[in-house]
Structure formats: structure tokens, C-alpha cells
Design a protein around this ligand. Structure first.
Ligand code: ADP
Ligand code: MG
Length: 576
């Protein structure tokens, strides 16, 4: 039975705690709000100190503008802000904060001490608040800037405390927020200290690469390339707003197994966006192994009135006026950077090249920026990245697996299987997008029996398989009849391919299936290593590879071509 209570307006304390719950979900939310305030105050140094996973203490110190002593108290009232004053301001917000909710919300669920001093004032002001109420106030010496200390977070909100995760998890959320802002503001010196340990320290040099080195480490930084600043415009009624994309992305030779390394900033505001993540991953299509994700820092700059930042309680999501234009611009920028920079793997030593796995290209990824203290490996900048394949002349066939060819600049070894996979993969994708997959009917339907697990997977991927040219119909318990297959697989082991595909994984969404089937089809229909090819066939294969969009890697991300330049040949023979 429901216990019905009379309707009454909630008292102020309950109201402020409910409101606080929207903004302050966990210790990392406090860190985020305080750091955003410091950034809005144009601080060049921000130090974040955390104890007891942020419950015991969070202290953020900055050298920003400070708050005039006459305004310190009012800063803790609800909807008190210095950043917005009229409805029109909301149309084009350039600061990170704008609602005047953070300080009162934090004050409602913790004890706060603030010491602040603004330019032109002789002394700073110290204010203590307990449970949102001012407990003491005094002047205190301080250089320009603000220090806010938050203690005993959620002590009066046991329900919130109960929902917090382990200290390690809460700390990692805090580290994540600070890392993200360190990437968004390379000009600001960030220091994060958790339980006395220094976790992050960025130099504030203004160079994104320096922040990337601190946040992701030097090895990762070596494999990141800068997005050449790209500006595009679109027509929006009478105006043509322009959008620019900057940042860094990882080379396809490096990846991560989750999407935590994709950072998006809109006018330097940290946001989460599934669609933007998708746009970036689409650009890596066919360059990364399945289940792998790139690293990317994407800065989107556009006129503030092109984006609504006021749609989410923690301001974590935004709404673009022209979503398609923004996603298109991001995808184009990432794609162009990948195409410009992905080099054909080059061999330093021809003798070892044949014994080494193809990941060789990892060290040879060319950084477009000049790294200052990364110069442990020899500079590779003088090598011009090859965007596509030049016209090649076939010289011969090695181990019935590699095509040996000559180009304008040296020797090319082409892995016939990987190269053919790339060609077929692109062809299938194109045919599918035009709904023109060629189908081969079978003279006799072939029964196909599956395990219960395979049966589950088949049901999920049924539609996609059909779209790729398989005609499959149920035929009793866990048996199907196959009546047609993609023409590419004619006389190939398509039963083996189906089994492998169904065994590979049970999860996945439709997008994954499309990709998986395309990759698997390409793999199973491509010529094998060890298969003899005549000169004509080799020439045709190389000609088609030259025309591929991304001729340098197979759909699994492995190289199709190894290039030995004339210069390297001369060096090898001691002639230079
Ligand atoms: P908002 O950021 O949405 O304006 P907050 O509650 O976060 O709201 O902060 C209220 C006001 O307090 C801000 O508008 C700003 O004027 C002032 N303020 C807060 N933190 C700082 C800081 N670190 N340095 C300077 N001013 C600050
Ligand atoms: Mg704020």
C-alpha cells in the first residue's frame, strides 16, 4: 500500500540537496566544477589535491582572477554567476560555467573553506561554510587567485556515499577529469596530487604534444600525429559559420581496447558524444583490428551560437545546430590526417625485415610536429609520407607469396594475400553500399548445421549475412539450407567462413556485423600465400591495389606493402 502524504512545498534544505545531487554526483564532479571555475578565471596554474578518494579532502588552488571580497559570499548563493547576465548571453556562452550552481551545490553537501584574493585588493578573504551556511569570515593574506577546500563530502548524504565505488575507482575518475582538462588546456600548468602522490604534472608549455606525453606517456605520444588544422564552412541561412578541428590522433599501429582514449572538446569544453566517437572510429575503418579503438584528442572550435551547451545537468553533452556538418568536419579531418601520414612501412635493414613481424611500421610513424625531447629514435621527418601507391613494374614472385616490384623510388614487396584482401574488402563495401553484391546460386541447396551458440549468433547476424549475398533459410532444428552465396566465395570454403564467423563472437551490434562479414569475406576470397600467380595476374593485382583507397594496409590493419627506397638501398650497399 502507498503511504499518501499531503502535498507541500519542500523546505529549502531538501531542495538544495536535491539540486546538488544533479551537479555533484561523485568526488570527480566536484573536481570538474572547481577546475572549470579556475579555467574560467584564466588561471595559468591549477593544483588539485585529493585525500581519501575526495571524501576527506579536495583542494583546488589557482592563480586566476580571484573573487572580489564583496562578492565571495554571494558566489555561494544559488544561480549566482559572473558569467551570464541576460537570456541573450545564454545563446553564445564562451565560459565553461554559466548556471551559478556549482559552488552552492558543493556547499550543500560538504564543508568549504575558500581563500581568494583579486587583483587590486590588499588582502585576501577567507570564508568558511558549513552545510551551506557561512560559519566564519576573516581577511587573510594571499597572492592573487583562489583556493577552495572541500571537506567531508556527502557526510550528510549517506545515500550518496553508499553509491560511491572503491577509492581506486573514484580516484581514477578524478584523474580522468584532470587529464582531460590538461589535454584541452596545454597552456595551463596542472598538478594533481592524490594521497600525497604526484599523479600528473603538465608543463603548461602550450604544446599539446607536451600534455599528451604527460597524460598518455612518451611511447603513446610517439605514435600520435597532429591534425593539421582544418577549417570548413557551411551555409546556415544567411551566415556561413566556420568550424575548425585541431588535435592529435593515434597512428593505426597503436590502439586501445576501449573508447576511454577518445577526448572531445567543443570550444575547449570537455564533452561526451557517442556520435562523435563513432565519427572518429569510422575514419579508422579497416585500419584497426576488430575490438580496437584509436586514441584521439579532438578540439572543435565553432561560433558559440552554433552550439547549445545548456542541455545537460552536468554540462557533459552539447547540441550542435548543424550536427551533420560538425561530424563531417571531424571525420574529414581525421581521415585526411590518416591518409597523409600513414607511411608505407620501410625497412631499415633488408636482412632483418623478412624475419620481423610487420609491426615494424610502429617505430616509423612520422610525427608531424617536431618533438622536443623524443629524439631517441632517428629522425624520420625527411622521409616523405607516401599517400598512395605509385605505378609499379613487376619484377618477380618470391616464395609464391610476395610480389617484387620496382617503383620510382626503389623496391616494393607486396604481400599478395594482404593486398588482395584490401582490394576485395573495398570492392565488397562498395558493392554493398550500392546494394549490388553479386550472388552465386547453388545447384543444390547445402544443409548447414549449427551449435546452439552458433544458432544465437546466426539469428543476430542473419539480416547482414543476407545483405552480403547469403541466402539462408531455416530447415528444422538448428539446421539451415544455404541456397546462394556471395559470388566472390564461389568454389571457396564458404562453409568454413560461416563457421568461423559464427564462432568468433556472440555479441556485437549491426554495425560490427557489417564490418566483420566484409573482413571475413575478403579474407576467405583473397588469394592465399603460397598460391602461384602468373605475370598477368600479378600485374592485375598490383594495378587494383594502386587504385585502392587505402592500399597500404589490409582490413585487419596489417601492412600490404614494404618499401625499400633507393636511398636505403645505397646505404645498405655502403654507397652513400
Ligand atoms: P558558474 O561557474 O556557473 O558561474 P559557480 O557556482 O561555479 O557558477 O561559481 C560562481 C561564481 O564564483 C563564478 O561565476 C565566479 O564569478 C566565481 N568563482 C568561482 N570560482 C572561482 C575561481 N576559482 N576564481 C575566480 N572566480 C571564481
Ligand atoms: Mg562554475
Amino acid at each position: 500500500m502507498i503511504n499518501i502524504m499531503p502535498i507541500k512545498v519542500l523546505d529549502q534544505k531538501v531542495v538544495s540537496q536535491i539540486a546538488a545531487g544533479e551537479v555533484v554526483e561523485r568526488p570527480a564532479s566536484v573536481v570538474k566544477e572547481l577546475v572549470e571555475n579556475s579555467l574560467d578565471a584564466e588561471a595559468s596554474q591549477i593544483t588539485i589535491e585529493v585525500r581519501g578518494s575526495g571524501i576527506s579532502l579536495i583542494r583546488v588552488t589557482d592563480n586566476g582572477s580571484g573573487i572580489p571580497s564583496s562578492e565571495v559570499e554571494v558566489a555561494f548563493s544559488r544561480y549566482a554567476t559572473s558569467k551570464v547576465s541576460s537570456i541573450d548571453d545564454l545563446e553564445s556562452i564562451s565560459s565553461l560555467g554559466f548556471r551559478g550552481e556549482a559552488l552552492p551545490s558543493i556547499a550543500a553537501v560538504a564543508q568549504i573553506d575558500i581563500v581568494t584574493c583579486c587583483a587590486g585588493e590588499s588582502a585576501g578573504e577567507h570564508l568558511s561554510l558549513d552545510n551551506g551556511v557561512v560559519a566564519s569570515r576573516a581577511s587573510q593574506g594571499r597572492s592573487q587567485g583562489t583556493t577552495i577546500t572541500v571537506r567531508n563530502l556527502f557526510r550528510r548524504v549517506p545515500a550518496r556515499l553508499k553509491f560511491l565505488k572503491s577509492p581506486a575507482t573514484e580516484n581514477s575518475h578524478i584523474a580522468h577529469v584532470v587529464s582531460e582538462y590538461a589535454l584541452a588546456f596545454p597552456g595551463v600548468k596542472f598538478t594533481l596530487v592524490i594521497d600525497g602522490r604526484s599523479i600528473l604534472r603538465t608543463p603548461g608549455s602550450g604544446q599539446l604534444l607536451d600534455s599528451v606525453i604527460e597524460v598518455y606517456g612518451i611511447e603513446a605520444a610517439k605514435n600520435m600525429a597532429e591534425i593539421g588544422s582544418r577549417t570548413s564552412e557551411w551555409q546556415n541561412g544567411k551566415t556561413a559559420p566556420s568550424i575548425s578541428i585541431t588535435g592529435m590522433i593515434s597512428s593505426p599501429t597503436m590502439s586501445r581496447s576501449n573508447r576511454d582514449y577518445l577526448s572531445f572538446f567543443v570550444n575547449r569544453r570537455l564533452i561526451v558524444s557517442r556520435s562523435l566517437a563513432w565519427a572518429v572510429e569510422e575514419a579508422y575503418h579497416g585500419l584497426l583490428m576488430q575490438g580496437k579503438h584509436p586514441l584521439a584528442i579532438i578540439n572543435i572550435s565553432l561560433p558559440p551560437n552554433e552550439v547549445d551547451v545548456n542541455i545537460h545537468p552536468t554540462k557533459a553533452e552539447v547540441k550542435f545546430r548543424n550536427e551533420r556538418a560538425v561530424f563531417g568536419a571531424v571525420q574529414k579531418a581525421v581521415r585526411a590526417t590518416l591518409v597523409e601520414l600513414a607511411p608505407v612501412p620501410r625497412i631499415e635493414e633488408i636482412a632483418t625485415a623478412f624475419n620481423r613481424p610487420p609491426v615494424l611500421s610502429q617505430e616509423l610513424w612520422t610525427l608531424s610536429t617536431k618533438p622536443t625531447d623524443l629524439t631517441t629514435s632517428p629522425p624520420v621527418s625527411q622521409q616523405t609520407p607516401v599517400t598512395s601507391l605509385p605505378a609499379l613494374r613487376i619484377l618477380g614472385h618470391l616464395s609464391s607469396s610476395y610480389i617484387v616490384a620496382e617503383g620510382p623510388d626503389g623496391l616494393y614487396l607486396i604481400d599478395q594475400h594482404a593486398a588482395h584482401e584490401r582490394i576485395v574488402y573495398e570492392k565488397i563495401k562498395q558493392q554493398r553500399s550500392l546494394q549490388g553484391i553479386e550472388i552465386q546460386g547453388l545447384l543444390e541447396p547445402v544443409p548447414f548445421e549449427v551449435s546452439p551458440q552458433q544458432d544465437e549468433v546466426l539469428k543476430h547476424s542473419y539480416q547482414e549475412l543476407t545483405e552480403f549475398g547469403f541466402s539462408i533459410e531455416p530447415f528444422g532444428d538448428r539446421t539451415y539450407l544455404i541456397r546462394a552465396v556471395p559470388a566472390l566465395l564461389d568454389k571457396k570454403d564458404w562453409l568454413g567462413m560461416l563457421r568461423e564467423l559464427l564462432d568468433e563472437s556472440s555479441g556485437g551490434n549491426k554495425g560490427d556485423w557489417t564490418e566483420r562479414i566484409a573482413v571475413s569475406l575478403a579474407c576467405h576470397s583473397a588469394v592465399r600465400a603460397g598460391q602461384a600467380l602468373n605475370h598477368e595476374e600479378m600485374r592485375e593485382l598490383v594495378r587494383q591495389l594502386e587504385q585502392a583507397n587505402l592500399p597500404r594496409t589490409c582490413p585487419h590493419g596489417r601492412p600490404t606493402v614494404i618499401h625499400l627506397s633507393s636511398q636505403q638501398l645505397e646505404r645498405e650497399f655502403g654507397r652513400s
